[in-house]
Design a protein around this ligand. Structure first.
Ligand code: ADP
Ligand code: MG
Length: 429
């Protein structure tokens, strides 16, 4: 049987878990592994990365350095990744020596928006309407109904990077040229593969985080309602009944279907758009044919929108990842508290006039009950950089939102949009 689908035996602690990537996801995975008695070895090119100093062992190598790959395989009994863009051939060559989950195949699908969208449609699920632009001459074949749309590089985009909002053909030409120039400043031809997708009128964004093992056991975290600012996740709310039960079930089933189709083993996040179908938001007044939701994208790893689980659930997304990796049973995480998660970007360390960096007033934030501060140990604050997150748990959603309001005020952040609130607290009393 192919190693990628052979069920893994139970791996007892203090065995060593190998992690590709020492970013914040790797750091939280190391915390959880240590809590569960496992040792860790982490590989990352940056010796200052968030997980580098706390792992039992740290290997400073490029992700495609054969020497680093060999050492990781020697030291670790199982290997996983926290970094989405680790070269697929690295995962493949590792998997010849040590069990690797998720598979190189599943990760490679998530690395390319064109392949990813194709896979989603092959699952009989909807995506935003799109057109693939592999080279400049494909621009002319763009269907006009996709305008206004968002041009996205097929590979290496994250946190809204590598995306340009485009209103017409002329803008599409210049956006494609600018993405080419920033991705490959020395090349004279324009050949960066991109996906151009229709900008949809969004009512809300949700995500489902599912964990699956080789036996096709699947469990998921409670569904997250996500608010982005400039393409970066800003807030998540995790409240019971935020969505209509039937719709919520559809999204969960869709996430399970994707995990199953990819023969996915590990933790997978599926992002969804809830689309506004009211006639005024559509270009024509015909009865809308668009579905009420579409799949946006997937992430082959724990996800920023699942960070709440560290404080709101009895099993976190990082524990789920370890359970799939260590052949442990998957149990459904139970949420014990409604939760709001606020991302803490480097911007918070700077004043309006640009002076800084100054550490925000955590002592004031932590004076409020239910606040759980997670900082990633990054030594340099930069605007747009994810420095940490704040989980706020409470007995009731309204109370969590009240404390959030106070924390936003302390941190000099604007109050949350009421449209987001009405969606995230829908049905809640
Ligand atoms: P990333 O890999 O950077 O997370 P996404 O495709 O998820 O890229 O885009 C980031 C955010 O930009 C989304 O969460 C959403 O808020 C917005 N966005 C992306 N695509 C669309 C679209 N087709 N219509 C409307 N908003 C979009
Ligand atoms: Mg996204």
């Amino acid at each position: 049987m192919n190693d990628a689908i052979r069920p893994l035996d139970y791996l007892a602690p203090p065995a060593c878990i190998g992690i590709l990537g020492a970013g914040q996801l790797g750091r939280m995975l190391v915390h959880t592994a240590q809590k569960m008695g496992y040792q860790t070895v982490v590989l990352d090119p940056d010796s200052n990365a968030p997980a580098a100093h706390l792992s039992h062992e740290f290997l400073q190598f490029a992700y495609d350095d054969p020497q680093g790959i060999d050492l990781l395989a020697q030291r670790a009994s199982r290997v996983t990744t926290e970094f989405e863009n680790v070269p697929a051939h690295t995962l493949e060559s590792l998997s010849l020596k040590v069990p690797v989950r998720p598979s190189a195949y599943a990760v490679s699908v998530a690395q390319d928006r064109a392949i990813e969208k194709n896979m989603i449609r092959a699952c009989d699920l909807q995506t935003a309407p799109y057109h693939i632009i592999g080279q400049a001459c494909d621009i002319l074949k763009t269907p006009l109904e996709l305008f206004p749309g968002i041009l996205k590089t097929a590979r290496l985009g994250y946190d809204g990077k590598g995306q340009v909002l485009v209103h017409d053909m002329a803008e599409l030409h210049s956006a494609y040229a600018s993405l080419n120039a920033s991705s490959n400043p020395t090349a004279s031809d324009e050949s960066i593969p991109c996906v151009f997708e229709k900008k949809l009128p969004l009512l809300a964004e949700f995500s489902v985080i599912v964990a699956r093992n080789e036996r096709n056991d699947m469990v998921n975290l409670p569904i997250q309602c996500n608010q982005h600012i400039n393409g970066i996740l800003h807030l998540c709310t995790v409240f019971n009944h935020a969505l209509d039960a039937e719709l919520e079930n559809e999204l969960i089933q869709a996430a399970h279907k994707i995990a199953q189709t990819l023969s996915y083993v590990g933790v997978l996040c599926v992002e969804f758009f809830i689309v506004d179908e009211s006639p005024s938001s559509l270009p024509s007044s015909r009865t809308p044919k668009t579905p009420s939701w579409v799949v946006n994208e997937i992430a082959p790893r724990p996800h920023n929108s699942g960070h709440h689980s560290l404080d709101s659930c009895d099993v976190s997304q990082f524990e789920l990842q370890l359970r799939t990796l260590c052949g442990l049973p998957l149990v459904t995480p139970r949420q014990h508290s409604p939760c709001v998660m606020l991302n803490l970007l480097g911007d918070l360390w700077f004043k309006e006039d640009g002076t800084g960096p100054i550490e925000p007033a955590w002592e004031k934030v932590l004076a409020h009950s239910g606040t759980h501060l997670h900082l990633y140990g990054k030594t340099q604050a930069r605007k747009g950089r994810k420095m940490g997150h704040l989980n706020i748990t409470a007995a009731h959603p309204k109370e969590a939102l009240m404390i959030l309001d106070k924390c936003l005020h302390i941190l000099d952040l604007p109050p949350i949009k009421s449209a987001f609130l009405s969606m995230s607290t829908h049905h809640d009393h």
